[in-house]
Design a protein around this ligand. Structure first.
Ligand SMILES: Nc1ncnc2c1ncn2[C@@H]1O[C@H](COP(=O)(O)OP(=O)(O)OP(=O)(O)O)[C@@H](O)[C@H]1O
Length: 358
């Protein structure tokens, strides 16, 4: 039995298979997720989730952003009732995960990282099976299956067995089966890992659409851009703890201004360039001036306004700048500001496609 099967339970049915109520309507009622002091320690003593207190209002597109091993999957498994919290209060759609796990499971969709696709079945049969398991009304199934096959870019291979699919194709099929019943809250655990950019964009559009219709989405991702593009609010999770929370814009504002990246060809001149920037008086005391692999980076409110003056100061100091760029902060800069470290994004999986659409 897959995790999603167990999340559903054998006889359980969703609350509402046709939920197109819109975000305003969805906002009424208890929060989609409420945790207070949530902790999860594995039997080997690993503290995977530490003191997480979090409220996700209904209708929100919420993201857990963190690197490998940060605790994202563990947190999702607790919320989806697959793991019992070691301590803390956890309510999902108003139901307590410990005392009302069945009601929680009836009210959620869950796409695990591991595929739950049945390789013996075709794409269509996999989605059909999920429709039956989730109780999608019979008269809706054909339309829903076609819609999801199209969304997942699998219409051309709808009647081929999943064992012949590439990793990317299986992932798309998996995503489709998690969404068949349009539950009010969907957990998506790194749903686009391994997908090519085109497929990812297509999934993003679909996620936005279902969120616009009122479905709360709790997404985990290692992709900074994904969280930035999709989420109303992001919890940055590191070593089991939420280290920052806010909208993408709020998080970026914490970085403190814009970022001026300068390239200097000569390795020896980079430290000198950083010194010149610090001593120039062009940037206020909150500014951050760092060496980078190929030059220096200045994060400051006045980065754009005083960038040209810095170029002049560097030229006067006899240094040669080979590249110059002013940009808004990214979430990677947020990580850097919070943790002092860059966060590596997952590389897209190489897709050994059969049928040419991986
Ligand atoms: N069954 C387990 N027993 C013991 N430790 C575990 C178990 N599952 C995960 N861990 C550990 O718990 C921590 C959090 O892991 P988790 O899988 O929740 O992180 P994650 O953010 O989802 O990372 P990933 O993107 O790699 O899945 C890690 O240190 C991991 O090694």
């Amino acid at each position: 039995m897959t995790e999603r099967d167990s999340a559903l339970g054998e006889q359980e049915r969703p609350l509402d298979a046709e939920r197109t109520i819109g975000r305003d309507e969805a906002a009424k009622g208890p929060p989609a997720i409420e945790t207070d002091g949530l902790e999860l320690t594995y039997s080997d003593g690993t503290q995977a989730v530490k003191n997480v207190s979090l409220t996700v209002p209904r209708g929100e597109f919420f993201g857990f952003l963190g690197p490998n091993g940060a605790g994202k999957t563990t947190a999702i498994k607790v919320l989806a009732t697959l793991l019992r919290p070691t301590s803390g209060e956890v309510r999902v759609n108003g139901f307590d995960v410990q005392t009302e796990p069945r009601k929680v499971r009836e009210s959620i969709g869950y796409m695990a990282q591991e595929t739950s696709v049945d390789l013996e079945m075709t794409a269509r049969e996999n989605i059909q099976f999920a429709c039956e398991a989730y109780g999608v009304p019979r008269n809706e199934r054909l339309r829903r299956i076609d819609e999801l096959l199209d969304l997942a870019d699998l219409a051309d291979v709808a009647d081929k067995r999943a064992e012949d699919f590439s990793g990317g194709m299986k992932k798309r099929l998996d995503t489709a089966t998690a969404l068949v019943h349009r539950p009010p809250l969907v957990f998506l655990d790194e749903p686009t890992t391994g997908l090519d950019p085109k497929a990812r964009l297509r999934l993003w559009d679909y996620f936005r659409r279902i969120n616009d219709e009122g479905t709360t989405i709790f997404l985990t991702t290692q992709y900074l851009e994904e969280a930035d593009q999709l989420c109303d609010r992001i919890g940055v999770i590191l070593d089991g703890e939420i280290v920052a929370m806010g909208s993408p814009e709020e998080l970026k504002r914490r970085v403190g201004g814009e970022i001026l990246d300068l390239e200097l060809d000569d390795d020896g001149s980079r430290e000198r360039a950083a010194e010149v920037a610090r001593e120039s008086g062009l940037f206020d005391s909150d500014a951050t001036i760092d060496r980078t692999d190929d030059g220096i980076s200045v994060t400051a409110q006045s980065a754009r306004a005083n960038g040209t003056d810095l170029l002049v100061a560097l030229r006067d100091a006899g240094l040669t700048v080979t590249g110059f760029n002013v940009r808004a902060p990214t979430l990677d800069d947020v990580f850097l500001a919070i943790t002092g470290e860059h966060v590596e994004e997952a590389e897209p999986m190489a897709d050994s496609v059969q049928g040419g659409d991986g």
